[in-house]
Every structure is written in C-alpha cells, then in structure tokens.
Design a protein around this ligand. Structure first.
Ligand SMILES: Cc1cc2nc3c(=O)[nH]c(=O)nc-3n(C[C@H](O)[C@H](O)[C@H](O)COP(=O)(O)OP(=O)(O)OC[C@H]3O[C@@H](n4cnc5c(N)ncnc54)[C@H](O)[C@@H]3O)c2cc1C
Length: 406
C-alpha cells in the first residue's frame, strides 16, 4: 500500500504486480484464494499474462474489454542496464519511488503506455505488469439454442438486450456470445449468456466432462477431421451437438470454474476478425457465404464482444467491437478458408482488424490502412524509447513484413 500513488483512482486492494510468465489459469486459481478475480480472460487460459496482453487476448465480457485493458503498469527491460516502469500520466498507480525500488526509470506517459500494451515484444522484454482485479464474483451461465431471428440480430448489433428474450429478461449480462455451426443453422445458433452474481462460498461447484462450461469452439473443433470433405457437415454437427452442451439449469462458478481450460482437444486453429458491432452480422454472413460457395470447411463461427481498447495497435479498436472467430481443424483446407476470408474482408467495405495472436493474413499496407494514424504513433513511441540498435534487437520477420520494425 505504501507504494500506491496517493492519487490512484482504482481499487487499492485490487492491484497485483505479476511476473510475465504467470499463466492466466494459475492467476484465476490463486486469485480465488485471495477473494479476487481477473476481470476477464479468453475462453481458454493457458497463456501467460504478458503473452495474452501483448496480442490483445479477449473474452466476451461485453462491458469490460480485453486482457490489456486491466493492465495499469508495465516493467519493461530494454537493455541489460536499462529498465523502465511505465504507467499512464493520466492514471498514476505507483509512488514516484516505486520504479526506483525496481531499479527502473519512471515513465508516466499515456502514449508510450498505450503503445507498449499490445506490441508483441517489439519494445523489449516485459518483466512484469501491474493489473487491477475485481472482488471475487460468480458467473451464472446459461447456454441455449435459438433461431437467429430479428430479436437476436438486434441484440447482436446493438448489445441492447431489451426484449431480446435472454434467460434473465432485460438484465444486462456480463458475458454474451453466439456460436454458429454453418451446417446446422436451421436448428438455431448457440447463445451463451453469463450474469454477474455476488460470491457465496456454498454455490454448487460445476461438474463437467471433457469440456468446461466456458469452453469455446476452439477447444473441441480440432477433433473434427476433414479427411473426407463431403462428411464435414455431418461430422461437425455430430461433434457440436455431442460436445457443446446447452444448459437445462444455470451453471454457477467463479471465472476459475467456468474457464479452467488451458489447451485444445485435437489439432485446432483459429483466426479472429474484429469489426464494428453494427457490421457483425455482415461479416458473419460474408464468412458463411464463402463456406457455402467454396466449402465445406471444417469450421465454426462465433461472435464475441468487447468495448474499445486504448492500446494503439489493439485489434479491439471499434467503440463496440465484435470479434468474429473462425475456429477450425488445423489443416490446409482451413487455411484456404482463412485466405478467402481475408481477401473478401479486404475487398469489402467492412472496417476490420485481426487478432495478432491467431492465424492472420495482413500486409504492411493493410496494417496502415486498418490502423491509420495509430501506426505512426506506435512507431514514434518505439523510436523515442529505443535507439536503432535496440530496435533491431527487438525486431523479427513478422515486424519487418508489417513495416513495424524500424
Ligand atoms: C487453445 C487456445 C485458445 C485461445 N483462446 C483465445 C481466446 O479465447 N481469446 C483470445 O483472444 N485469444 C485466444 N487465443 C490466442 C492466445 O490468447 C494468444 O495467441 C496469446 O498471445 C498467447 O499467449 P502465450 O503466452 O500463450 O504465448 P506467447 O507466444 O508466449 O506470447 C505471445 C506473444 O506475446 C509476446 N510476449 C510474450 N511474453 C513476453 C514478454 N515477457 N515480453 C515481451 N513480449 C512478450 C511475444 O510477442 C509473443 O510472441 C487462444 C490460443 C490458443 C492456443
């Protein structure tokens, strides 16, 4: 507490300083013992906290954001003899002396902070991060199948759930996502809704089989083979129906109970396209049309939602962002689907961005087109912090191809 800035506006008892390698799943477990909770995570949680932050990992906490959005301090090593502690000038978290305790320079700089948040290692080695957490809470989870009708379409494109017919009426859920199996749309899409509830120790702990309650398509879609393409629709539908269960009674649990998984079953791959909320259904329809015209591809399509990130290169960059996940079997067939999706998105009038930590197809020109002035702001922040030799040291082919290395 002595190291917390007197002007800190956040939860004083909710700050944690974590080394970079802490896994999200481990944090979920350990924070539970401290009666705290991560604000949000992905559906699967084998990532390290800094790995998740650095690519913009998100779940579907519709009013919370992505992992980087609860990071408030960054301990960055840029050379053997130079460390920096970065926080926002507009949101100071630690006292002036805290950085010195780490042997680091103090940098209170919004622009630098927002550049480093999602930067895929380009600014140096992130040794640790300070995060804000919430008091422990329960999620009350429901999953149902329902038609993609006008009411659900309106909810998807506005996140206004009034009259949407969700399990708890008009109450705003904390988490909302939609999964579509292209081969079984007549029976409806899968809608998962989670409501925040106060923690109580005697809640019934969820029991589950191979799939945990909050698992998404990526966790099981790898079990579907595409060796016989004509069988993909049948096999996919059998896999989804048998594994992705609807709920008959609500499941309750902490984030640790709902999202405990750290790996996939089978070999899976994922690509995720972020679009503005009001274009979510257009993007989904574009993807489903490619599947109809050129498939069948062994993939499912899911919609998840978060508010805009402040990270300069965060792909959740629209005021209300819908992330369209296309999860599939790891195969050349799936890769060819992704290529067609990227081409069609680029040729469409839908603004978009792509998840940096999944399979992505972007050129340098496209990064500039999609992120506009944020690319230069990110490069300026990097150049101001790192001299040329260090910029070279923290570059790789990925950054060079996207013109982000200099
Ligand atoms: C099974 C599975 C499920 C997934 N589910 C989701 C999901 O629900 N939502 C979602 O948004 N994404 C999801 N993803 C994508 C995943 O969150 C990202 O790929 C994430 O970046 C992986 O982090 P990592 O720590 O595992 O990997 P790493 O490869 O260790 O880290 C990713 C990148 O972060 C940077 N980095 C890591 N550590 C440091 C450091 N100390 N200093 C500087 N830079 C560093 C590096 O650039 C590195 O390449 C999923 C991926 C898998 C495999």
């Amino acid at each position: 507490d002595r190291s917390i800035h007197p002007g800190f506006q956040g939860p004083r008892d909710g700050l944690y300083f974590l080394q970079c390698g802490n896994s999200i799943a481990g944090l979920n477990r350990n924070l539970r013992a401290e009666q705290r909770s991560l604000r949000t995570t992905g559906a699967s949680n084998g990532q390290s906290i800094v790995g998740a932050m650095s690519t913009g990992t998100h779940g579907s906490a519709i009013d919370v954001g992505a992992v980087q959005d609860y990071v408030v301090g960054i301990h960055l090593i840029v050379a053997p003899d130079r460390h920096v502690w970065i926080e926002r000038a507009s949101y100071p978290v630690t006292t002036d002396g805290f950085a010195g305790l780490l042997g680091a320079e103090l940098r209170r700089d919004d622009e630098l902070f927002d550049a480093v948040l999602v930067s895929f290692g380009a600014f140096g080695l992130i040794h640790g991060v300070m995060i804000e957490t919430d008091p422990i809470f329960l999620l009350e989870m429901h999953r149902e199948r329902r038609p993609l009708d006008a009411r659900l379409r309106a909810a998807i494109t506005t996140l206004d759930f009034t009259g949407a017919g969700l399990p708890r009426g008009d109450e705003r859920p904390r988490h909302f996502d939609v999964v579509a199996n292209p081969y079984d749309m007549d029976a409806g899409v899968y809608v998962t809704t989670m409501y925040r509830r106060p923690f109580r120790p005697d809640y019934p702990r969820p029991v589950h089989g191979d799939l945990a309650p909050g698992d998404d398509a990526l966790q099981f879609v790898g079990t579907v083979t595409d060796a016989l393409p004509l069988l993909i629709p049948t096999v996919m539908t059998a896999a989804v129906r048998s594994q992705y269960k609807t709920t008959t009674t609500p499941v309750q649990g902490t984030t640790n109970d709902i999202f405990p998984t750290t790996t996939t079953r089978g070999k899976a791959s994922g690509c995720a396209i972020a679009v503005p909320l009001d274009r979510a259904l257009h993007a989904m329809e574009l993807i489903l049309a490619i599947n109809r015209d050129h498939g069948p591809f062994p993939c499912l399509v899911a919609l998840r939602f978060v508010p805009r990130t402040r990270a300069l290169l965060g792909f959740t960059r629209f005021e209300r962002t819908c992330i369209v996940d296309v999860d599939g079997t790891l195969s050349n067939r799936t890769r060819s689907f992704y290529s067609r999706i990227w081409q069609s998105m680029a040729a469409s009038d839908i603004p978009f961005a792509m998840h940096w930590g999944k399979i992505l197809g972007l050129s340098a020109a496209e990064v500039r087109r999609l992120y506009g002035g944020n690319v230069d702001r990110w490069l300026v922040a990097r150049r101001a912090l790192l001299p040329p030799a260090l910029r070279r040291a923290f570059s790789n082919r990925f950054l060079e191809e996207l013109d982000l290395a200099d």
